[in-house]
Design a protein around this ligand. Structure first.
Ligand code: GA4
Length: 340
């Protein structure tokens, strides 16, 4: 990042210029999953405490699986609207355009939201694809691979936190009743009008339109990647928005609200958003690893001490999901579950 961009970023983010100070460019921590196990687990814990976001490389997900999923996703979004709508409305699963959730949030995005349950995948595939077998096997193959990756990362987290039962987190998303989701987002290019200055046009290719407004992910862990086009921003310290450059070699991983609760607040579920570009179309693919609806969410005993008493009251994922879906996208949901 150039220093001009860093200054500009902060001036925009801060309504009071007196508070402006130079923001250091931030590259997300990069975790090499093929390095020595205890070193990897320590680095992941550090990244989750400091950023709530990190990248993984040497992740073991085959390029073929990724390329096939990307191709199917791009094909889907290229179809005429009437064909995309054959997926049914995204309430709960299907195609959505601009409307996000149920409380009136909107963004410059169209998306396909899928349950990771094989039945849901094959049903939607039959409705939207000329080659449903190919579509559903690409989606299932991708989901299977990223779920394994998420489980491996969750086990490493538990080890790094010295939690005795190292599958305490991963068990929830391995469960056959896990409520995990898969989402394809397409952010079409939105040109800036002549003379329009954009708060985020630092590198000449961003427009200021919000594709997906700021929020935290309610689930345990999110595994995200994009088609090599930027747009993701995360909010670090005092609401300063920091762009995350796209990286085709990596998956971007972020902590969700449930993991913040299960680590008794040690890991942070960080606000993020997606902006559109003025000349490029962006597609992102997100796997949201979630517990079964009836599963109880609370921190394991090792993470609760007299110095660090339990921060959130135990709740079921169903209860938390219900609360999340009844609020606006940008609302802080976890606060409602704080003990004090
Ligand atoms: C954010 C993470 C996932 O994309 C999602 C989103 C969901 C939706 O788009 O329907 C929510 C949003 C997300 C958080 C709060 C609620 C629910 C929109 C919204 C206003 C699929 C999810 O699980 O939560």
């Amino acid at each position: 990042y150039c220093s001009w961009c860093c200054w500009k970023l902060l001036m925009v983010a801060s309504p009071n210029p007196i508070r402006a100070e130079k923001v250091q460019p931030i590259e997300l921590p990069v975790i090499n999953l093929s390095a020595e196990r205890s070193e990897v687990s320590n680095l992941i814990v550090k990244a989750c405490e400091e950023y709530g976001f990190f990248k993984v490389i040497n992740h073991g997900v085959s390029e073929d699986i990724i390329a096939q999923m990307e191709e199917e996703g791009l094909n889907f979004f290229t179809k005429p609207l009437s064909e995309k709508q054959r997926a049914g409305p995204a309430s709960p699963f299907g195609y959505g355009c601009k409307n996000i959730g149920f409380r009136g949030d909107i963004g410059e995005v169209e998306y396909l939201l899928l349950d990771t349950n094989p039945l849901c995948i094959s049903q939607i595939s039959n409705n939207i694809s000329n080659d449903p077998k190919k579509f559903s096997s690409s989606v299932s193959g991708y989901i299977h691979a990223v779920r394994d990756l998420a489980c491996e990362i969750l086990d490493l987290m538990a080890e790094g936190l010295w939690v005795h039962d190292s599958s305490v987190f991963s068990r929830m998303i391995r469960d056959g009743e896990s409520d995990s989701l898969f989402r394809l987002n397409h952010y079409p290019p939105i040109p800036c009008k002549d003379g329009e200055t954009s708060p985020s046009s630092f590198h000449g290719h961003r427009s200021n339109k919000v594709g997906f407004g700021e929020h935290t992910d309610p689930q345990i862990l999110t595994i995200l990647r994009s088609n090599g086009v930027g747009g993701l921003q995360i909010s670090l310290r005092d609401g300063v928005w920091v762009p995350v450059p796209p990286d085709p070699t990596a998956f971007c991983v972020n902590v969700g609200d449930v993991l913040q609760a299960m680590t008794n607040g040690r890991f942070v579920s960080v606000r993020h958003r997606a902006l559109t570009n003025y000349d490029k179309s962006r597609m992102s693919m997100a796997y949201f690893g979630a517990p079964p609806l009836h599963a109880w969410v609370t921190a394991p005993a090792e993470l609760v001490t007299s110095h660090k008493p339990l921060l959130y009251r135990p709740f079921t994922w169903g209860e938390y999901k219900g609360a999340s879906y009844s609020l606006r996208l940008g609302d802080s949901r976890l606060d409602l579950f704080r003990k004090d």
